[in-house]
Design a protein around this ligand. Structure first.
Ligand code: PLP
Length: 384
């Protein structure tokens, strides 16, 4: 059996090696390292793939979130509601811009932001909601967009984990994750579903004026060379990363399918165990069907409900099976984001999830033998 890895990017590289190596050599020869033709071509190709009017490439996913918030003109003291159960980058940029992060609880089945909690958190100072499409599945965007409209709020989608996922609205329309709110942000960090070979990110919007503003902000606030109209940042996707992304984008749907297939096999092997809660897929399917495209399984995360989660982590490690705990500490309990206004009673779900979740190896190269070995060891430990 091949050694099991949490993320295995080697197989993907072998498939696109010739194209990637050739493009990179060409970039080296052309010396067009920044804002070269590859970046522009990738931008257009991603706009087409997502069905969105504007893609603004940038240096990483964290910048993408920050620039989106800058572009919307959010001001110090504005309250921004986001999930307590996410990667720190989401809340970090809110705090960096001196906006007030308002963390709220999540749904125990989908791990995504709890709509009722969002509703309770809205005050006259609230200006935006940042749903995070955690682990590859969209938050409840119908409800979020309705709340935003009612209270005149911006919606910034943190789509770092769900590029390629679709969202089925109650009215039957299907949209790509990240293109539903006013603005979406994603990351091309190597281990993300569409990853480059360094750092990269992008912002998406259908709003022409906002797109114009964002294109200036990523480039030092310049709309005309050496005229700085607004305070910007330096955040660029480089040509080499764009070349890698151009090679991978046509394969993204295939990558998503490979992840779904692995998730389906995990589910089949683990289902029915009384102390294991499988990831719930919402929207277009009841379980995980052959054709469903609503979940792209950035992570395959189960819950261990009998208190044996940490024991399982150790047992898997003894058997050379890597796993991840995403996330071990809720953001509201992280030192940097403590806020006297938070009440532990409002975070029942995240406080429970941090002790129950475990993410099993998930990538496009998992084979049946590996999945059988992993699930066999999980069951062996749980039945002991
Ligand atoms: C990875 C990630 C980010 C940050 O992306 P970087 O490219 O690493 O800056 C932000 N939000 C979420 C939910 C992520 O998973």
């Amino acid at each position: 059996m091949k050694k099991i890895q949490m993320v295995d990017l080697g197989g993907q590289y072998q498939e696109i090696k010739e194209q990637v190596n050739a493009s990179i050599s060409q970039i080296l020869e052309s010396t067009s390292f920044i804002n070269g033709p590859e970046v522009h071509a990738f931008q257009k190709e991603l706009e087409e793939y997502l069905g969105v009017r504007h893609v603004i490439p940038c240096a990483n996913g964290t910048d993408a979130l920050q620039i989106a918030m800058m572009g919307l003109g959010l001001k110090p003291g504005d309250e921004v509601i986001t999930a307590d159960f996410t990667f720190a980058a989401t809340v970090e940029v809110i705090a960096l811009l001196q906006l007030t992060p308002v963390l709220v609880d999540v749904d125990p089945e989908t791990f995504n932001i709890d709509i009722k909690a969002v509703e309770r958190a809205i005050t006259p100072k609230t200006k935006a909601i940042v749903p995070v499409h955690l682990f590859g599945q969209c938050a409840n965007m119908d409800a979020i967009m309705a709340l935003a409209e009612e209270h005149n709020l911006f919606v910034i989608e943190d789509n770092a984990q769900a590029i390629g996922a679709k969202y089925l609205s109650a009215d039957g329309t299907r949209k790509m994750a990240g293109t539903i709110g006013h603005v979406g942000a994603t990351s091309f960090f190597p281990s993300k579903n569409l990853g480059c070979y360094g750092d990269g990110g992008a912002i998406f919007t259908n709003d022409d004026d906002l797109a114009h503003t964002l294109r200036g902000i990523v480039n030092h606030g310049m709309y005309e060379r050496y005229h700085h109209d607004v305070i910007g940042v330096n955040s660029r996707l480089d040509s080499i990363q764009a070349a890698v992304l151009r090679a991978k984008l046509p394969k993204l749907n295939g990558y998503c399918n490979a992840r779904r297939t692995a998730a389906r096999k995990y589910n089949a092997a683990l289902k029915g165990h009384k102390d294991i809660v499988l990831p719930k897929t919402v929207n277009s399917c009841e379980g995980i069907c052959e054709t469903c495209d609503c979940h792209v399984f950035h992570q395959y995360t189960i819950r261990i409900t009998n208190g044996k989660r940490d024991g399982l982590v150790r047992f898997l490690a003894e058997n050379d099976i890597p796993c991840g705990i995403y996330y071990p500490i809720p953001l509201h309990r992280q030192k940097a984001y403590l806020d006297a206004r938070y009440d532990e009673a409002d975070f029942k779900v995240t406080n429970q999830l941090v002790n129950e979740v475990i993410s099993l190896p998930m990538h496009t190269e998992l084979d049946d033998e590996q999945i059988a070995f992993i699930t066999g060891k999980v069951i062996e430990f749980m039945n002991n």
